[in-house]
Design a protein around this ligand. Sequence first.
Ligand code: F6P
Length: 347
Amino acid sequence: MKKIAVLTSGGDSPGMNAAVMEVSRFSALAGMPLVGIKRGFNGLIGKFSPKDSYTHMELDTLLDIADQPGTYLRTARCTEFYEPEYQEKAVAFLKSLDIAGVVVIGGDGSFHGAQAMCRLGMPCIGIPGTIDNDLEYSETSLGFDTAVNVCVDAVRSIRATSRSHDRPAVVEVMGRNCGDIAMATAMSTGSEIVVVPEVKNWDVMKVAKRLKELVERGNTRATVVVAEGAYKTMKPFDHNKFLAPYTKVYEGEPMNVRRLTHVLRYKTGTEARYNTIGYTQRGHEPTAHDSSFAFEAAYMAVELLKKGIGNEVIGVRNGRVFHMPIDKAMLIKPKFKRKIYELINSL
Ligand code: F6P
């Protein structure tokens, strides 16, 4: 009887628990006992006590986790795992538990960990779990759809006040290096301006100019959706110097949603207000879209490990769940949807 393991790593994302429950279901169906590794790769390197590092998983006790956001197995970043010494330690630990393969649920960093273990002879299957949707080989990842739906609901609620008070809104969503949540939110809410990290040297003065034009045309409740990672790709602009005549500035305060909104407010003469959606994007029950992907991905992952196949990642292409070699997937460079970006910011 082959024993397999499952872990969640990186930022928690809705659908991770659904995937863990389904891995448990399909491993039970395949007659393969399942071990849950706790706190991501930390659970493999002896950082915590055995009780805090792994647990034997029984389907009966997992049934109720599928609807819950967050991750039952816990998660944590693990910087040590970039070092070969810890990767080897992890594989040796898995072998000591008689584990024949691991399902790794996480994002880009987690997949690098999985890739390292594959190279050391431990078969791993990756399931993309990140709200950012920054793994180019797959059209979607667990949590992305849920996060976008949370943001869409938030923009619609914020817009009620924007509309009532003739106040433009600046809404910050997550996305460290990837503007997918911002773009999908903007598209789904008819927002007029989107600001994303993929656009290098975007100009805050141009954003202000566009907002002013919108307001002058009568759109007094225009919405700016900004990805949290976008400030670092902004064309250099001394916002503290600009804001000093209008409001209190804190020397050295970096550009952020508050400062951006203040620049827009004073540049456009509007009462622009800001909102940050934050962790609510990660804390919602998974949508049906994310849960059904979890189901199919878990089935495929267990089937592959059952056949002794590792070194693969699961994804979605043309709406279909598929798998491909992890080494190939990790080489695919992000492709920015420039046309959509331009359309959102037009007219
Ligand atoms: O990777 C998902 C994500 O939500 C990013 O959008 C964000 O930058 C990051 O995680 C923040 O993670 P944490 O606050 O857990 O460090």
